[in-house]
Design a protein around this ligand. Structure first.
Ligand SMILES: Cc1ncc(COP(=O)(O)O)c(C=O)c1O
Length: 408
């Protein structure tokens, strides 16, 4: 008899996006003439930078002739891309990362979801609340948690690190020892950013506890404040205790093109039952080469083009466009008397709705025909908040904010 992985039975259905879709459909059926403006999901709307498109086309042409055709590439990514990443994203900022510590992949969602596989199932995992749900669900699937606790609205077995108004959605260190810590800055959904001093505390904690930090920097390109870190490797000691996920999705509009990478420094260690140190780089290399067969050649060439002078200018312009949307949304919501986090170094604006998350969502949907994301969908601490995304055209953002201003 084929048996299932029982841990999947513990998973809570993702009510968030199905519930949003249900409410949006009902609204559209009742109001077929109203044009909805969607500021809910975190998908980009603008075209790929021209430099990427040119490189993409040229690489596709190379595939058309036998002399330049490429088959399977190196599982970890082509050297041309790994070297460009190490040089521009890290060494240029004073962070020590070598090309052979970069693992190119088809998404930070897969990487941040898969990385836990190389660790024991009896470790203690800390996640922030609110949280990007991938970190939670993949650990539930792996059997690192107990059941869903209805009363608490959380899984048993996780250590939840609460984000709230008092800490500005930058959770404090856990009170008990934990082994694996998921951090995401700039944060999805809360838009909060951690300073170097705050990250240093986490690095020191990880060193003291022989823990590992999985640092998701999918939104680093939105960091404008020069004092804020783009990478955890800007923090002294991080190479020993942190892995970093990056993505071209939000940086360069690759959500549909698919290219990302994970940095695993050679100093990073995890331990056997007997306390012997094992290289995380070696473990991840083994996992990655066994289960992954590299990103397509044209996509890697398109990603490489992000680092050309033309590409850098275009990416900057792309980010500035979304940040201008974010600034506009934040200013309008603040003028309406709502407290906001994010939108300055992040594409997300996290708004205290002063009411129930879903109630506020319904108000915006039914009265303004604008779709946002209820914060409660990202965890217990998200209750009372909504997330507005800046990924849309400025014309749509302007129209949405005008509608919202009239109904709030
Ligand atoms: C925090 C975070 N990490 C990772 C991802 C996924 O990135 P990718 O498109 O590279 O899979 C997202 C996407 O929304 C995200 O919000």
């Amino acid at each position: 008899m084929i048996k299932i992985n029982e841990n999947y039975q513990k998973l809570q259905a993702s009510y968030l996006f199905s519930n949003i879709a249900k409410r949006v459909n009902a609204f559209q059926q009742a109001n077929p003439d109203k044009k909805l403006i969607k500021l809910g999901i975190g998908d980009v709307t603008r075209a790929l930078p021209d430099a990427c498109i040119k490189a993409f086309h040229a690489a596709v042409d190379e595939m058309a002739s036998e002399s330049s055709f490429r088959g399977y590439g190196p599982e970890q990514g082509y050297d041309f891309l790994r070297e460009a990443i190490a040089k521009h994203d890290f060494q240029a900022r004073g962070a020590q990362v070598e090309a052979d510590e970069v693992f190119v992949s088809d998404g930070a969602k897969c990487d941040s979801g898969n990385f836990q596989e190389i660790f024991s199932t009896d470790i203690t995992v800390a996640v922030t609340d609110p949280v990007y749900p991938v970190y939670v669900d993949t650990n539930v699937m792996a059997g690192r948690t107990g059941k869903w606790n209805k009363e608490l609205g959380r899984y048993d077995g996780f250590v939840y690190l609460d984000g709230n108004k008092e800490n500005g959605f930058i959770p404090s260190l856990p009170e008990q020892p934990v082994d694996l810590i998921y951090l995401c800055f700039p944060n999805n959904p809360a838009g909060s950013t951690a300073t170097k001093v705050q990250l240093k505390e986490w690095v020191d904690y990880a060193k003291e506890n022989k823990a590992l930090i999985l640092f998701d920097a999918a939104y680093e390109a939105f960091v404008q404040d020069e004092t804020l870190p783009h990478s955890i490797y800007e923090i002294e000691g991080a190479r020993e205790v942190a892995v970093e996920f990056r993505s071209f999705s939000k940086t360069a509009g690759f959500t549909g093109t698919r290219c990302a990478y994970t940095v695993v420094p050679k100093e990073c260690m995890a331990y056997t039952e007997a306390g012997e140190a094992v290289s995380v780089h070696t473990l991840w290399n083994r996992r990655h080469t066994t289960k992954f067969n590299s990103v397509s050649y044209p996509v890697q060439r398109a990603a490489e083009a992000v680092y050309s002078a033309e590409g850098q200018a275009q990416v900057k312009e792309l980010i500035a466009y979304y940040l201008n949307n974010a600034k506009y949304i934040r200013e309008k919501m603040e003028a309406l008397g709502y407290e906001c986090i994010g939108g300055e170094n992040s594409p997300y604006i996290w708004i205290d709705s002063k009411s129930d998350s879903w109630e506020f969502f319904d108000r915006l949907l039914n009265n303004a025909a604008v779709v946002c994301t209820p914060g409660a969908g990202f965890g217990k601490c998200g209750e009372g908040y909504i997330r507005i995304s800046a990924f849309n055209s400025f014309a749509n953002v302007e129209a949405a904010m005008e509608r919202i201003s009239k109904v709030l």
